[in-house]
Unconditional design. Structure first.
Length: 521
């Protein structure tokens, strides 16, 4: 505790009394903030491992030999399968030997070439679980609280991963991973809302960049390498969830959620406990807290839309601004998910080993995350919009490079790898940023509801992603061209229709029925 206190001694000082005008101002950076960082890190680590696991478990290893045929490391899967089919047309299929490294499920169950399509279909079916999980658990977190849904989702993620490791068919493996990703989809909907609601106003975004899932993805490369096969990796992932659940149970429920539900005494008690944990509790701050809670009671009573009313996904479309914002953010995360998972779940299209490619991509992503967090915290003039749009311009350059190389048949595997891994790392970062921006755009009563809508479209992108290279295999350039065009549309729509939210207070209550805009209270 002394070490943690030494880390927070400077920022731990509470703001002056005369600048505390809302509960957002009352929250200070202190020891409890460090605890929330740890909770968030465990959450996103489990999420990152769950999302990266299909990259390994469904990986199609490169075929080195098949009968009299020999292939080098730069041979594309499609070219390899065409050569095998031509050589053995009308005869018994040869027995392939795969590259050494990780024993994936397709390799163990003997799925390759013609077997790729059913595996990709099973992956898409499995990914639909995240749609249902994000909507259902996201909605339940608005009704029953953030903390219970985080505990439930994290626990079931571990249980289903463990169950998947004992399956012996593609169908049963898909069923178990469907359950794991259902729970994970719910967790990812809640964790960013929980982080936003537990952070002081000046520290909402950078923690999600620094404490992101990138380190977990980097660790997944080492975990897969030393595990050696998909079964062992799945069991290790389940085991490391135990300390995660313990620290999750130790954290408090979001007091902002309690305020929104009208449970003011419980909210005041948690704010007071956080103050004590931080070492900032004083009689003066206790009095200020009491006044702020009383003010929230008055606001809730005066807001007719909030009185004795439950909010659902459709309430996040309460007016034109909220409707346009929700649709644009939904499209944004759809494209980011399609771009990220389209490349991540088709790692066999890249040169080199899957371990090194994932590690390089995750490292780049973490560098981008930290850079984004540093810029956001140290340069107040850089808003959310330019910080979100600028990296996507680099994605356009990278994807455009790959399109040109493929169209003109330029053989440059190293440059292509760098371009595609850089693009994947950037859109992975944007998938972390988008929920934080979305959390700032909507009022507390529908914050998770809006996240559920956006996460729904994110999951649609995840479901479509495995089919990206299968469905467009007739023209190898098509997947990269489609992604480039979609990212261009994202840049335009985000720039035109999403308002700047940096330095703005979180909106606590729904707008009046005749209000055209959402205004912070």
């Amino acid at each position: 505790m002394n070490f943690v206190a030494s880390l927070t001694r400077g920022p731990q000082t509470p703001p002056e009394d005369d600048v505390i005008t809302s509960l957002a101002d009352f929250m200070v950076f202190g020891r409890y903030t460090i605890l929330i960082f740890m909770v968030h890190l465990f959450d996103v680590s489990q999420m990152g491992l769950s999302y990266t696991y299909p990259t390994y478990s469904y990986y199609f290893p490169k075929i080195q030999t098949c009968g009299n045929l020999t292939f080098d490391e730069h041979s594309k899967i499609r070219e390899t399968c065409v050569a095998i089919e031509r050589e053995h047309f009308g005869r018994d299929q040869c027995e392939p030997t795969f590259e050494n490294g990780f024993t994936s499920m397709p390799a163990e169950f003997d799925y390759y070439c013609d077997g790729m399509a059913p595996v990709k279909t099973a992956m898409s079916i499995q990914m639909t679980a995240m749609i249902f999980g994000s909507v259902i658990l996201g909605q339940l977190s608005d009704v029953w609280g953030r903390k219970p849904m985080l505990l439930l989702g994290s626990g079931f993620t571990a249980v289903f991963h463990l169950g998947a490791s004992f399956t012996n068919t593609l169908t049963m493996f898909t069923v178990m991973e469907f359950g794991a990703l259902f729970a994970t989809g719910g967790v990812v909907t809640v964790i960013y809302v929980y982080l936003v609601e537990m952070m002081p106003k000046a520290h909402r975004l950078w923690p999600s960049m620094v404490f992101s899932d990138s380190p977990a993805m980097m660790a997944s490369a080492a975990l897969a390498y030393f595990a050696g096969d998909w079964r062992t990796m799945s069991r290790i992932m389940a085991a490391i969830s135990i300390p995660h659940l313990i620290i999750q149970a130790y954290a408090f429920e979001s007091p902002r959620w309690l305020v929104q539900k009208g449970r003011f005494d419980e909210a005041a008690e948690i704010y007071a406990k956080i103050d004590e944990f931080n070492g900032t509790a004083t009689p003066e701050r206790k009095l200020i807290l009491k006044k702020l809670i009383e003010a929230e009671k008055i606001k809730l009573q005066c807001n007719k839309n909030s009185k004795a009313k439950k909010y659902y996904v459709w309430h996040s479309f309460a007016n034109r601004e909220m409707t346009v914002t929700n649709i644009v953010m939904g499209f944004n995360v759809f494209v980011m998910a399609l771009s990220y998972y389209g490349l991540m779940l088709n790692m066999e299209t890249l040169s080199g080993t899957v371990f090194m490619n994932v590690f390089i991509m995750a490292t780049l992503c973490y560098v981008f995350n930290c850079l984004y967090g540093i810029i956001d915290f140290t340069i107040p003039q850089v808003g959310r919009k330019p910080a979100y749009i600028t990296p996507l311009l680099l994605v356009l350059v990278c994807l455009g490079t790959v399109v040109v190389f493929r169209v003109f048949d330029i053989f440059a595997p190293t440059i292509e790898n760098i371009a595609l891994l850089t693009s994947t790392a950037i859109v992975a970062q944007q998938l972390s940023v988008a929920p934080m921006i979305g959390g700032e755009l909507f009022p507390t009563p529908v914050r998770n509801a809006s996240q559920s809508f956006q996460q729904f479209w994110m999951r649609i992108g995840v479901v479509v992603a495995p089919q990206l290279f299968v469905g467009l295999k007739a023209w190898p350039v098509a997947p990269y061209l489609v992604l480039a065009v979609l990212n261009l549309i994202v840049i335009i729509t985000f720039g035109l229709f999403v308002r700047e939210t940096k330095h703005s207070e979180l909106v606590e209550h729904m707008p009046a029925k005749k209000t055209a805009k959402v205004v912070a209270v």
